[in-house]
Design a protein around this ligand. Structure first.
Ligand SMILES: [Zn+2]
Length: 89
């Protein structure tokens, strides 16, 4: 299962807490390590997926939907990752 986490932009620490919202209404976070307060970008779910394991799973003739269930992403995301890794030509 893949869990998305937030990281500090300055020091890349995961030791952050919620710190209210800014004027535009976006959630801000405070880093407990470096003390900076910012709006953070969430880590993409696909960042932690092993593309070799994904392509091997596809070569074992698993369906895109079953691979998606294994890696915790949609079948369309699996298709995009396989296309990106040039399994599909
Ligand atoms: Zn920090």
């Amino acid at each position: 299962m893949v869990v998305s986490k937030h990281r500090c932009k300055s020091c890349e620490s995961e030791n952050i807490v919620l710190n209210g919202k800014n004027k535009s209404g976006s959630q801000t976070y405070k880093c407990k390590d470096c003390g900076c307060c910012r709006v953070l970008i969430s880590v993409k779910k696909t960042e932690n997926i092993d593309l070799d394991a994904l392509s091997k799973s596809y070569e074992e003739r698993n369906s895109l939907r079953s691979i998606g269930r294994i890696f915790g992403v949609s079948h369309f995301t699996v298709y995009k990752l396989l296309k990106k890794s040039q399994i599909f030509s």
